[in-house]
Design a protein around this ligand. Structure first.
Ligand code: ADP
Ligand code: 5SP
Length: 511
């Protein structure tokens, strides 16, 4: 038997799955959660030690549940939240908590990068993307500008999943899809951009070597193998950032099919045969986890994360009741929303709870309910949250279509896609057929496929997807509701424009 593990180091927790090949059947799953810290508004940090503990625990549990022999586990694929920065000293000890993808403290460093690069256009030419606050390069500059002692101690910087690779194998490596989100990769050439590193006066030695996503980067160390009950023959492949990993898990390895993900963040993702760049820099252009291919994507920073916030902040009683009955609070709240009408009686929600990336690269944007009246209850508020998040994904999808990307089918994943109501909402707001997947483990499944390619089970990633990935159901748009959302969309879009200047005044007040 050949078993591959897929490990996804997410923002809310780590999930490990065990997949049997060549069938691609998921035979075990384990997860462990950890906190996210917000020492100041719009700052976001995690302790890499929490990821490591969760990785060891979930690998041990998944292997035990799978009931296979240690030697059956041939490879591990790593996926993870992108852009985060783990600063390590000479002894590979963590220097300070990691800065995450949704941390907004680096607006000044983004300006510094554009200026050092010789302007936004030149920067996009070098690395295919503009400087955005969530990316890794501005975080490194922030450390240099604000915590010089910590910067002096820093001998290397790794992305979250690459830190876990170092702990598993003792090897330092990254791969092209996640490395694209550092803003330091020449995305077209799939290697670090020496010209940009030089303009930023950053030592290239801070960064690890970069491989393609299916390539083997090392073996488990003897100490780790013993801890998790595996052998040192088990290899760890490059893996992928969670967006590209999710796309592989959904079979988005050719044009025509677009993936949406409703996790803490929201993602709209399409495959590209060449590095296509949005001249306005609204979509990201990154390397795909498929050798020699690329992708474009738009990212909503607080997608299902907005729904999580609503449940955590306003629904304590329902959360307790749901826990007692063994149901998810999200199901309870969605059932309430489903009793209300499309448009939530004129109530709109802007999901910019941690600033925004696509289409408004605005670290100062904030969330809002607009249009509240005495007749609004919690059902309408929940509906408006789900609608606002979905409008925000449509913003991304519209840009993609404006750039000429044909969209035949949308494949929905992430926690929010578990809800049939939210899938219907996506179909109605997008006006597209929305499918869900047989194996809905998203990024963890995608990197298990990359591991299977690395272990020689398949010739390449496309062959692995063709053999294992399938959709189980499709949701079609309802003509009348789609028409309604087409009318509501420009109203939603106008609200950001109206509030944009006020966000700046609010930020000055909240300092
Ligand atoms: N049954 C459900 N209905 C609607 N939304 C759900 C449901 N279950 C989970 N969610 C949403 O999905 C989110 C978790 O998604 P997930 O993809 O696991 O996040 P991440 O990978 O960022 O940790 C929850 O915060 C919640 O908003
Ligand atoms: O910033 C991005 C992608 O550019 C996010 O997608 C992060 O990669 C985190 O993902 P989740 O934890 O929400 O899955």
């Amino acid at each position: 038997m050949s078993v591959i593990l897929g490990v996804d180091i997410g923002t809310s927790g780590t999930k490990t799955i065990a997949v049997r090949f060549p069938t691609g059947e998921v035979i075990a799953e384990a997860s462990a959660s950890y906190p996210c810290h917000h020492p100041k508004p719009l700052w976001s940090e995690q302790d890499p030690a929490d990821w490591w503990r969760a990785t060891l625990k979930t690998i041990r549990q998944a292997v035990k549940k799978a009931g296979c022999k240690p030697a059956d586990v041939k490879a591990i694929g790593l996926s993870g939240q992108m852009h985060g920065s783990v600063f390590l000293d000479k002894k590979d000890e963590v220097v300070r908590p990691a800065l995450l993808w949704n941390d907004q403290r680096t607006a000044a460093e983004c300006e510094e990068i554009e200026q050092r690069a010789g302007g936004r256009k030149r920067l996009i030419k070098m690395v295919a993307n503009p400087a955005l606050t969530g990316f890794q390069a501005p975080k490194i500059l922030w450390l240099r500008n604000n915590e010089p002692k910590n910067f002096d101690k820093t001998a290397s910087v790794l992305l979250p999943k690459d830190y876990i690779r170092l702990k598993l194998t003792g090897e330092r490596a990254s791969e092209v899809s996640d490395a694209s989100g550092t803003l330091l990769l020449d995305v077209a050439k799939r290697r670090w951009s020496k010209p940009l590193l030089s303009k930023l006066e950053l030592d290239p030695g801070l960064l690890p070597p970069v491989v393609e996503s299916h390539e083997v980067t090392g073996h488990l160390t003897a100490e780790v193998a013993k801890k998790v009950g595996l052998t040192t023959d088990c290899v760890v492949v490059g893996g992928a950032g969670d967006c590209a990993a999710g796309a592989v898990g959904n079979g988005v390895v050719k044009r025509g099919v677009v993936a949406t993900s409703l996790g803490t963040s929201g993602v709209v993702f399409c495959h590209s045969d060449a590095p296509e760049v949005d001249p306005e820099g609204r979509l990201h252009t990154f390397c795909h986890a498929v050798d020699g291919k690329w992708h474009m994507m738009g990212v909503t920073l607080s997608a299902a994360g907005s729904f999580q916030w609503f449940a955590d902040t306003l629904c304590e009683t329902e959360k307790k009741a749901a826990k007692k009955s063994g149901k998810s609070v999200f199901e309870t709240l969605v059932a309430e929303a489903a009793t209300t009408a499309a448009g939530a009686q004129g109530l709109f929600f802007l999901p910019y709870l941690t600033g925004e990336r696509t289409p408004h690269a605005d670290p100062l944007a904030r969330g809002a309910f607009v249009g509240l009246t005495l007749s609004h209850g919690r059902g309408e508020m929940v509906r408006s949250v789900l609608e606002g998040v979905t409008y925000s994904l449509r913003d991304c999808l519209d840009i993609m279509q404006e750039l000429g990307v044909g969209v035949r089918e949308v494949r929905a994943t992430g926690g929010g896609a578990k809800s049939p109501f939210w899938r219907q909402l996506q179909a109605d707001v997008f006006g597209k057929k929305v499918c869900n997947m047989a194996a809905d483990e998203g990024p963890a499944y995608g990197v298990a496929l990359l591991g299977a390619v690395g272990a020689g089970e398949f010739k390449n990633v496309t062959e692995a997807c063709d053999a294992t990935v399938s959709t189980v159901a499709e949701t079609k748009p309802t003509a009348k509701t789609k028409k309604f959302y087409d009318r509501a969309m420009p109203v939603y879009q106008g609200l950001y424009r109206s509030l944009k200047e006020d966000y700046r005044a609010i930020a000055a007040l909240a300092e």
